[in-house]
Design a protein. Sequence first.
Lengths: 352, 352
Amino acid sequence: MINDRKFKILEAIINDYIATAEPVGSRTIARKYNFGISPATIRNEMSDLEDMGLIEQPHTSAGRIPSQKGYRMYVDNMMRSRELTRDEIEFLKNAISLNVNRLEYLMQQTAKALSMLTNYTTVVTEPESFKMKIKHIQLVPVDNNTVAAVIVTDDNAIKNHIIKAKDIPNAEGLFIISNELSEILKDSSLVDVDSEATNKLIEKHSKYQELIAKVFKAIVTTVRQERDVQLYTSGVRNLLGFPEFSDVEKVKNVFQAIEEKDMLITLLGKGDENAADKIQILIGGENNMEQLKDCSIVKANYRVGRNSIGRIGVIGPTRMNYSQTVSILDEIVKKLDVIIDSMLEDNGGYNE
Amino acid sequence: MINDRKFKILEAIINDYIATAEPVGSRTIARKYNFGISPATIRNEMSDLEDMGLIEQPHTSAGRIPSQKGYRMYVDNMMRSRELTRDEIEFLKNAISLNVNRLEYLMQQTAKALSMLTNYTTVVTEPESFKMKIKHIQLVPVDNNTVAAVIVTDDNAIKNHIIKAKDIPNAEGLFIISNELSEILKDSSLVDVDSEATNKLIEKHSKYQELIAKVFKAIVTTVRQERDVQLYTSGVRNLLGFPEFSDVEKVKNVFQAIEEKDMLITLLGKGDENAADKIQILIGGENNMEQLKDCSIVKANYRVGRNSIGRIGVIGPTRMNYSQTVSILDEIVKKLDVIIDSMLEDNGGYNE
DNA sequence: GTTAGCACTCATTACACCCGAGTGCTAACT
DNA sequence: AGTTAGCACTCGGGTGTAATGAGTGCTAAC
């Protein structure tokens, strides 16, 4: 049904529209791309493409623009991956410095680099670790009736929690209790801790039951907090440059979505869970968010080993440069995986 | 020179312009505010006010708008503080929940509440603690060649740092070294640690010199990290609603400034250090940032006890509602001080 | 000192108009 | 049968002109 020539014409329309943001007409195609056919022929083909729902007309006397379905076709079947330019590679090398020791800064750097390279808006979620297991726990004295519970998880992340109790053992005592706690909690998930063993421990150190009970509560709280994951955005202003957002109302909608943390998190979470190691693309209305109906999202997961621990996404106008964006995102995610691995290697963990 | 009537007229112009964003003419004033004088008289007075540089004309056949100097006069001499409405108080009560246990979330909530109430953009810096002293340090075992250094500062904030070394003592050994470290570092500022005593310690535990040296290095690094303070913004999109920013180019400038962390930090840092406990206002060009020349900033410090530990600011168009903004900000800072105090009370500290 | 009156300015809006890019359709061409 | 030239038609965007109206400064009278 869709022959080679139609394919070429569709591709020409999409490429041209991505570059210019202007509806593209038959004459333009005939002039710019030497397909060796006349505008009239192209018009016929375009009429067919419109019947198939791949392109559409903003109004009668305008050229055609790709439809959502058209972009989908392009992204799935026609898009060629594009090599990074030397400049881009150089930029990345400088932008993402290896000697940060906080994952947090790494993610901020990454968001910034990605938004600068693509000229779109980027969103990065902080690594989640709430599925992790507990490896070690230690109570650290703070003052007469305060201790800090330091929880080390099996990916070597560290969480603090401050606990206040009337009776606090001395440093030695804390040390002992810490060891016993570690023994009990070892290898339990942060979510479920063995309540029997904990009761036993509380009984044994009945004098410090308040303290110990609070420690367990702190663990649960920690889990909850980790669910409420941190988010970094960058390059929000880039969207203002695009003609499709010259209407203030539209920009406001998009910005509302971008400022709404929960929205972004669900947005980044959407898509095929099975294809978690691939780059995913949501075109226009595919994200099902009214405010973002004129935007597309290109996103990927980043990993520690094989486990996806966070997401990274690029938000641009539906008419975004998918091919470039995919290439850059791909490169960055690869880089990120390597860096995170090496951070875990070098430092034995990352700070909260 | 500036008599009572001129004062009244200036006030009328400013109030009207703040409300409508339209240049205000003599007839409007005569109609809306019953000063008992005719438009012609008002015109004469306005002409004088213009000579004094307090108001200006966008073009010949338009009304007058306040000049930067005019706003300054208003803010310094004429602005009446305004009671919060019942609704606003109610809103604040609900918006800033007391039972967050991370200062980080509290600041985010605050930024959001403030931007929603004022309908402007808000910026909040995370509490800084790099001036703090060290209260306690403890090494926590992570795995065979990794420990976490947990640093408790005198405002009870807690910092982690992961350290990797070839030789690591057992839990007991770490406990002992921790105590000795604490003894040395106690009450030193994070910036300067007594190098003589540290050398002695390293000598004493020569087997673990690598570890101990790294711990000291970690302390220095921690200081550096803390300098790079976290920043929360909220309500950026609010600016889009104002007619003065209907020009996309202008919005882009402003957004660029708002996305640039360093800029915001210097911005919030500007102003009279002696008046740190008062609300400060930078009008239009007073902030000396080209990108923000059409914006005003209302800002304040929040405190622990008497020490300012962070800043909170509202960014709006020069024509912003200063009186409302000041009242709300004032209320929020008061609330914040109380909450932070009580957090330190209840929990004995806050987590990083 | 205040005000009514008046001529003047100038941004904004409306309207009519044209232009050009683009289309669909038909008939002729290969 | 597919391709192309030709043509009438559509429609958004720009341009020129006129009308509108809010506002001013100045002058003369109150």
